[in-house]
Design a binder for this molecule. Structure first.
Ligand SMILES: [Zn+2]
Length: 331
C-alpha cells in the first residue's frame, strides 16, 4: 500500500529562513496509512527554488533513496509562509494517498509523502512529489492534443467521483505533453452532471446546459469553443453582425482605428475573409446534431489509471516506466 520512505533529510538550508538555517532538515514521514516495510531514509540534495507564493513555496531537488535511482522531485512547503497551514497539507496528503491514490503517476504526480516538523507548537510541512512539469498559462494558445489531454484527464477524474475544487492554470502542470493536476487540498467527492459533448469550435454552451462547472471553466479558459464574438481590429464583433455583404458594417465598427486609404483597403480585405470564414463555420456548425452534443462517457480509462503497486519496491526507480495517459475520446 505504501512506499518504503520513512524519513527524509533535505541537505541544505532552503534560504536564510527559520528552519535550521545552518543544518540539514531531517523529518519523519506523516503516515496516512500504516506500513510494514522496512523504513528507509531519503536525502534530497541540489535544492533550488522553483516558485515563491504567499502561502507556499516550491523547491526542486534530487531525492536519493538507498537502492533506487535518483528522482527529480519538488518540495512544497509552508516554511516561509506568513501562516503555517498544517491542516491544508493534511487534506492534500489525504487526496494523494487515499482519495486519488490510483491516479498517482497518471493525472496527479507520484507522491513521496508528507513530512512535518514540530517546533514550539508550530508545525511546518513539506510535501514531496515527483517533478511533473511547469504550470500552464491560459493566455497561451496550446495545441489541440494538449487541450484534449487536459480535458480527458479532468473528465476521467470527475467520472471517478472527484473534483479538484480549485482548478486554474497554475495548478495544471505539463512536462513533455503530459498533464498533471497539483494543489489537491480542496479535492472533494463529486457527482458529475456533465451532459454535453465537448466539440472544438462548437458554440459556447451555457453553464447550465453543460452541467459541470469545473470542467466548463477549464474548457472555456482553454478556448476550445467558438465564442459569441470575434475580435476584429481590437473590437469585439458579435457573430450575428458578421454576415455576407456586411464588410461595410465591419469597417464602420472599427473606423476610428483606420487612418489611411491603404489601411482601409487592407481592413476591407480582412473583413471579407472574416465573413467567408464565419460562413464556413456556420455551415459546419449546422451539421452538428443534438445527438452528437450529448455527452457519452467511455469509462474504461477510469479503471486503466491504476498504477503499478508502489509497494513492489520498484516504483521509486524509474520515470520511463510510467504508463501512457488514459485516452477518453472527447475531442
Ligand atoms: Zn463534474
Amino acid at each position: 500500500m505504501s512506499d518504503p520512505l520513512d524519513r527524509v533529510i533535505i541537505e541544505c538550508c532552503l534560504n536564510d529562513g527559520r528552519v535550521n538555517p545552518a543544518q540539514n532538515i531531517e523529518m519523519p514521514r506523516t503516515r496516512t496509512v500504516p506500513t510494514t516495510r522496512p523504513p528507509l531514509t531519503g536525502r534530497i540534495s541540489e535544492v533550488a527554488p522553483l516558485q515563491e507564493g504567499e502561502f507556499t513555496q516550491v523547491y526542486r531537488g534530487t531525492l536519493r533513496i538507498p537502492g533506487f535511482k535518483p528522482i527529480d522531485v519538488v518540495i512544497k512547503t509552508d516554511a516561509y509562509a506568513a501562516v503555517a497551514r498544517p491542516k491544508a497539507f493534511k487534506r492534500e496528503i489525504d487526496a494523494y494517498e487515499r482519495q486519488l491514490r490510483s491516479f498517482q503517476g497518471e493525472s496527479i504526480p507520484k507522491c513521496y509523502g508528507l513530512y512535518q516538523l514540530e517546533d514550539d507548537d508550530e508545525v511546518t510541512s513539506f510535501l514531496i512529489l515527483k517533478f511533473s512539469g511547469l504550470p500552464l498559462d491560459f493566455n497561451v494558445e496550446y495545441p489541440e492534443d494538449l487541450k484534449a489531454e487536459i480535458i480527458n484527464k479532468l473528465t476521467t477524474l470527475h467520472h471517478a467521483g472527484f473534483r479538484h475544487g480549485d482548478l486554474e492554470d497554475y495548478n495544471i502542470v505539463v512536462d513533455d505533453g503530459r498533464v498533471m493536476f497539483i494543489d489537491l487540498e480542496d479535492v472533494e467527492p463529486h457527482d458529475c452532471q456533465l451532459k454535453y459533448a465537448i466539440i472544438p469550435d462548437d458554440l459556447v454552451p451555457t453553464s447550465a446546459e453543460f452541467g459541470c462547472k469545473e470542467i466548463y471553466h477549464i474548457v472555456y479558459m482553454l478556448d476550445v469553443w467558438q465564442k459569441q464574438f470575434i475580435n476584429f481590429y481590437g473590437s469585439d464583433i458579435y457573430l450575428s453582425e458578421i454576415k455576407p455583404g456586411g464588410a461595410e458594417h465591419l469597417i464602420w465598427r472599427v473606423r476610428l482605428r483606420l487612418q489611411t486609404e491603404s489601411e482601409i483597403a487592407q481592413a476591407y480585405a480582412e473583413a471579407e475573409k472574416l465573413i467567408q470564414d464565419v460562413e464556413e463555420w456556420r455551415k459546419w456548425y449546422n451539421t452538428i446534431t443534438d445527438e452528437e452534443r450529448k455527452f457519452t462517457f467511455i469509462s474504461e480509462s477510469a479503471s486503466a489509471s491504476e498504477p503499478e503497486d508502489s509497494g513492489s519496491g520498484s516504483s521509486a526507480t524509474d520515470s520511463s516506466s510510467d504508463s501512457e495517459p488514459g485516452n477518453t475520446t472527447l475531442m
